[in-house]
Design a protein around this ligand. Structure first.
Ligand code: UDP
Ligand code: MG
Length: 307
């Protein structure tokens, strides 16, 4: 029988894991696949590791990888994909926001309709602060314009993939990981299924607004170089403008003499251009800092315990 590995990144999920395990086992019990769980303990500070140890004692299909510290969900997903052995691989959150009862249907789409991957997207953002939704929508809008990979609004990390696609993703060993982009970049035929947002079953979300904001910058820098092009275009535009203004002032001075006035406008211009320059240097700096981290070639995660 073919095997399916379920990857579950966990960061402080002691309450959610038992509920997740129950619900998922129940939802998958009739599937014609051997199911294997691979929990990734991403440096949790609560009893997550104890819960995982206990679960793996009770059920031999439960495996886990425990990190030496918190490396982030991206690192946890990468570790899961790398360590997985199944012919099919699913990625699911521990908080049951990704409904396990969708998996049998997803598997059917792969086997009967010939897809390599079935991914999910949320059709609404109920229960989320409006400002966060607004920023999220803006992010997808910008990405749609500037990035060359297909990024679906509301896309979750919840998906079921064939081994061939998993191998392709594992081969992308970049340090600054933005999975939503990587999934699109590797290609393969993906079917998108929509579902309504659900509340977390227990525990709290690990994403603050600031963390999400940083993550979106990660996504832009990782999958587009458009900001660099923009800053050069803006620079060129203002050079031309300054040149035209110079000619204008020169002729005016020849015709009308040279009255000493207009310093407020000069002060404004200096501030304005200093702003643009810093902004552009900042953009370059962002790309450079990412390159710096990439060049160092540090491991994406460090394993402390495994079963
Ligand atoms: N997660 C993780 N490492 C982190 C943050 C989150 O492994 O540093 C896991 C978390 O345990 C959960 C999943 O990633 O299983 C999604 O996190 P969360 O539910 O907090 O995000 P949200 O659903 O609110 O976007
Ligand atoms: Mg969640």
């Amino acid at each position: 029988m073919e095997k399916c590995t379920i990857i579950v990144p966990c960061y402080n999920e002691e309450e959610a894991i038992p509920l997740f395990y129950e619900a998922t086992s129940e939802a998958l019990k009739d599937m014609p696949l051997e199911i294997e769980y691979l929990f990734i303990n991403d440096g949790s500070r609560d009893k997550t590791l104890d819960v995982l140890r206990e679960l793996s004692e009770k059920d031999s299909r439960v495996h886990f990888v425990s990190f030496s510290r918190n490396f982030g969900k991206e690192a946890a997903m990468y570790a899961g994909l790398k360590e997985s052995t199944g012919d099919y691989v699913a990625i699911m959150d521990a908080d049951l926001q990704d409904p396990p009862e969708l998996i049998p249907g997803m598997y059917e789409s792969i086997t009967n309709e010939g897809y390599d991957c079935v991914a999910t997207r949320r059709v609404d953002r109920k229960g989320e602060p409006p400002i966060r939704s607004a920023f999220a929508n803006m992010f997808y809008f910008i990405m749609h314009i500037i990035a060359k990979v297909d990024m679906v609004p509301g896309a979750r990390d919840f998906r079921l993939m064939k081994r061939t696609m998993v191998d392709a993703i594992v081969e992308m060993g970049e340090y600054n990981r933005f999975s939503k982009g990587i999934f699109g970049w590797v290609g393969f035929d993906t079917k998108w299924i929509p579902y309504e947002n659900r509340k977390r079953v227990a525990g709290k979300t690990k994403w603050s607004f600031f963390k999400l904001f940083q993550y979106s910058i990660e996504g832009i820098v990782a999958f587009s170089t458009a900001p660099l092009v923009w800053s050069s275009l803006i620079g060129m535009f203002f050079c031309l403008l300054a040149f035209a203004a110079l000619i204008f002032l020169f002729i005016r001075a020849l015709v009308f003499g040279d009255p000493v006035d207009g310093w407020p406008s000069l002060a404004c211009m200096i501030t304005f251009f200093a702003g643009i320059q810093l902004f552009s240097v900042g953009i370059i700096g962002m790309y450079m800092s990412k390159t710096y981290l990439e060049v160092k070639g540090r491991p994406i995660y460090i394993v402390k315990e495994k079963k």
